[in-house]
Design a protein around this ligand. Structure first.
Ligand SMILES: [Zn+2]
Length: 373
């Protein structure tokens, strides 16, 4: 299939980034550098490829760093507008602190770290600081990193959390060892996720933890048929790759990481950027999943009724859905990886060989042995 004849998916999310035309440079798989032919086009026009070796869908053209820098410099002002006034900050802090006890990410970190008090937590792409505010309220020592200088200003001045307006690579040099690195809705935005994971590995203490929260690309499956109906390719079009649970297993198998926690949770936020009540989100999720999963409607109705009964409305139990991948990886000891810094090893032909071929696999290609060196 040539690029010109790629099927383009229908628009679902009105917030489509205006990528400048002409990003023609091909992007290989951002985890293994193999070249893969695009098989679909997103509503924003960007081609999508699937890497069968990494079980990873990814945008198959390069978006220049300068374009990405520009896009993220005012991300919280234009693309995902959020009130950054003092009153907005107060409400935001109140919600973050009140929600900290129910946050399943903090709960898992607390269990694995043996407590949060005094633990050093570093968040990559901390945005407006909601997660760190909650972690701080639970006694953790927190530091953030964020590329948007406007967001940094807000987090420092109004949320009271230190944040570095530097690249992740330079943070890895200066931040020293931390007990946990958190990447919530971040890895899917990065042009070079493999290099980012290496930087994270370097800044972690010897058995430190990496918490990854990202859209679950496993929802797209590994065939054209399953992928073209996946909601994730039609919304949040600022994403550049889609990790699956099998991708996480690949990270483990290539060295440097052990899996401590892995689950799928939550619903797509189809109304992102607009004020929504919990009720509306539940209705949307019920509509979406109700026609796809037998019994989903009844289940959501029953759980909702139970929530009312227990007077815990506003619960929005993320664990009902599968839109996100929630994983916690433990840094494996130095020397576990091939060069002692946890970088993925060089691939062998066996890496993707055990799987049955799929429709998408047959569309992929590389050099003669399917590999790019
Ligand atoms: Zn790959």
């Amino acid at each position: 299939m040539t690029r010109e004849t790629l099927e383009t998916l229908e628009r679902l999310d009105p917030r489509t980034p205006a990528w400048p035309a002409g990003q023609s440079a091909d992007r290989a798989c951002p985890l293994c550098d193999r070249t893969r032919q695009p098989v679909l086009r997103r509503p924003d026009g960007l081609p999508l490829s699937y890497c069968a070796a990494c079980h990873l869908w990814f945008v198959a053209c390069v978006i220049p760093d300068s374009v990405l820098r520009q896009f993220y410099s005012d991300y919280w002002g234009t693309f995902r507008p959020a009130p950054r006034t003092s009153l907005g900050a107060r409400r935001f802090l109140d919600a973050a602190e009140a929600g900290a006890n129910q946050d399943i990410r903090l709960q898992r970190l607390e269990a694995l770290l043996g407590g949060l008090k005094g633990r050093r937590i570093f968040e990559v792409g901390c945005g407006l600081g909601a997660f760190l505010a909650g972690a701080k309220a639970r006694g953790a020592e927190v530091v953030g990193q964020e590329v948007s200088s406007a967001a940094c200003e807000f987090v420092r001045a109004k949320i009271g959390v230190p944040v570095l307006n530097e690249s992740l690579e330079s943070c890895a040099e200066t931040a020293g060892s931390v007990d946990a690195v958190v990447m919530i809705d971040v890895i899917e935005h990065l042009a070079r996720p493999k290099e980012a994971l290496t930087s994270v590995w370097r800044m972690l203490s010897p058995d430190g933890l990496l918490l990854l929260w990202t859209p679950n690309g496993g929802g797209a499956g590994a065939s054209l048929e399953t992928s073209r109906s996946w909601v994730g390719f039609r919304m949040d079009l600022d994403h550049l790759q889609y990790f699956s649970a099998a991708t996480i297993a690949c990270l483990r198998d290539r060295g440097g990481w052990r899996i401590e926690h892995l689950e799928t949770v939550g619903f797509p936020d189809l109304e992102a950027g607009q004020a929504t009540s919990g009720d509306r989100q539940i209705r949307l999720a019920t509509e979406y999943y109700g026609s796809r999963i037998p019994g989903a409607r009844q289940l959501v109705r029953a759980v909702k009724a139970l929530g009312r009964e227990l007077r815990v409305f506003g619960w929005r139990d993320a664990r009902l859905g599968t839109y996100h991948l929630f994983t916690i990886l433990r840094r494996a000891p130095a020397g576990f990886g091939p060069d002692g810094v946890g970088e993925p090893r060089v691939w062998t032909a066996e890496d993707g060989a055990s799987r049955a071929p799929t429709e998408v696999d047959s569309e992929t290609s590389g050099d003669e042995d399917g590999r790019k060196r």
